[in-house]
Structures are given as C-alpha cells and as structure tokens.
Design a protein around this ligand. Structure first.
Ligand SMILES: [Zn+2]
Length: 75
C-alpha cells in the first residue's frame, strides 16, 4: 500500500491509484459542497459566486474549486 498527498488538505492518505489525489475526507466534503451549490443553482440560475456563497455558506474558494474541476458548470 502506497501513500499519496491530498491536493486539498495536503495530508497523506493510503492509496495505490495513480489518479487518486484527494483523501476520502476531502472527497466527501467536496461532494457535499457540490450538492449544496447545485441545488441552489437549480433554483437560482445565473447566480454569482458571491450570491452562492452568501446563500449556501459554501466558501468562495470551494465554489471556485468546483468550477475549476468541472464539477460545476457556470455560464
Ligand atoms: Zn484531504
């Protein structure tokens, strides 16, 4: 079993998968944030990152991360 460094919290976690770069804790956190933001965007189309942040309390950094990774599509 090898160890990899999580790209978000920079802690090491056990993994042997080359494409694996996120620990399970961050992964579930990101998953939760993604669902929250998606649900908000369904009801508020065209909302800005700022508006999403205020309404959902998901940090702006986390929202930007979701957009960067393609987990969230933004117009
Ligand atoms: Zn992590």
């Amino acid at each position: 079993m090898g160890f990899k460094e999580c790209q978000f919290c920079h802690q090491f976690f056990p993994s042997d998968l080359p494409q694996d770069d996120t620990c399970s804790r961050c992964r579930s956190e990101i998953d939760r944030e993604r669902k929250t933001v998606r649900a908000y965007l369904e009801k508020h189309q065209g909302a800005s990152i700022m508006e999403i942040n205020l309404a959902t309390k998901v940090p702006i950094k986390a929202i930007q991360r979701l957009i960067e990774t393609g987990a969230l599509s933004f117009k």
